[in-house]
Design a protein around this ligand. Structure first.
Ligand code: GLA
Length: 330
């Protein structure tokens, strides 16, 4: 049997570093995809990529540590196969136009596409969980579920408000009279970054005051460590910003939506420390550009991209992305 699995990248409009504490996120899938063309059969996964001289090749069921599979992108595929307990192989090719290491979820797109190619047949949430666990296994980065769930469940023309406690997904139209512009800042990987430390700091905050999802700013006074307190402050205010941004976008109040993005950026810069001086400068430059309502760093941070909410035709450097539907298998 031949098949074709396709998964988009994503940009997060607001709600960063909230997913792993059960918070709110507001990403949209973008018109860049990772695609796998394959034939099913045998007991091996053999995939070539146009960008890599070496194929990925491993036996099923996966008995090796997926993190050791080479070349590097094969780790994600092997980890997905291991998570699924796959025993039927695939042979084919992988291609992508999602920039790698840009904070646009190229690895989550590969995980979701691989899950579909390897025969996953559950819900979008289940597929996203497989991808999330695979990311943990392949890279050791203790990521949340936002990227994989957005990519698996996105709706054409919409961003999705995801409640990472209940996993309820609320599609929200991206209006035609705004443009979402992404500007690439710097290549980075979350492996070896302070991402894991941020997850641990949020866990420390929760150990002190309970779930950040339901905590208030007043509660944070009880956190002794000023750094952990600042991390909690970001998460609590960011959850609120997701609600405000979604409401403003739906009401066509783009000025407010833009201001909320700017506040969100400052919170990530000052309280969560995941921005960089170059990202700060880009956000500041965008903020003062004509036709830009607001801008912020997007995704895990420490590099990657910034995202801006703009009037159509605004003359800003970057590329316009369209909101597309979630991953498919045909
Ligand atoms: C990365 C992770 C997500 C999320 C973001 C920050 O993209 O994979 O789970 O935590 O960072 O919002």
């Amino acid at each position: 049997m031949t098949g074709f699995a396709r998964a988009p990248g994503r940009v997060n409009l607001i709600g960063d570093h909230t997913d792993y504490t059960g918070g709110l996120v507001f990403p949209m899938a973008i018109d860049r995809w990772t695609e796998i063309e394959y034939t099913t059969g045998g007991d091996r996964v053999v995939l070539v990529s146009a960008d890599e001289p070496e194929p990925v090749s491993f036996e099923l069921p996966v008995v090796v540590d997926p993190a050791t599979v080479l070349p590097g992108w094969g780790r994600y595929v092997a980890a997905v196969a291991a998570e699924l307990g796959a025993t039927t192989g695939i042979r084919g090719s992988v291609s992508t136009d999602i920039p790698v290491g840009a904070g646009l979820s190229s690895s989550a797109a590969l995980e979701v596409a691989a899950g579909l190619a390897l025969g996953h047949s559950g819900t979008a949430l289940d597929l996203a969980r497989v991808g999330q666990r695979a990311e943990h296994r392949a890279t050791g980065v203790p990521c949340g579920i936002m990227d994989q769930l957005c990519i698996a469940a996105a709706v054409e023309g919409h961003a999705v408000l995801i409640d990472c406690t209940t996993f309820e997904i609320t599609p929200s139209p991206v209006p035609d009279d705004v443009e979402i512009v992404i500007r690439f800042i710097a290549q980075r990987t979350l492996e070896g970054s302070e991402y894991g430390e941020r997850v641990a700091q949020c866990a420390a905050a929760e150990a002190a005051i309970g779930p950040l999802r339901s905590a208030t700013l007043d509660d944070t006074i009880a956190i002794d460590d000023p750094i952990v307190r600042a991390r909690a402050r970001h998460v609590i205010t960011e959850n609120q910003r997701v609600r405000e941004f979604a409401a403003a976008l739906a009401a066509g109040d783009y000025r407010t939506a833009g201001d909320v993005m700017i506040d969100g950026h400052r919170s990530l810069r000052d309280d969560f420390a995941t921005s960089t001086p170059v990202m700060d400068a880009a956000v500041e430059q965008l903020r003062t550009s004509r036709g830009v309502f607001g801008a912020r760093m997007t995704g895990g941070g420490f590099g990657g991209c910034v995202v801006a909410l703009c009037e159509p035709g605004a003359a800003v450097e970057g590329w316009i992305v369209r909101p597309v539907g979630g991953a498919t298998r045909t």
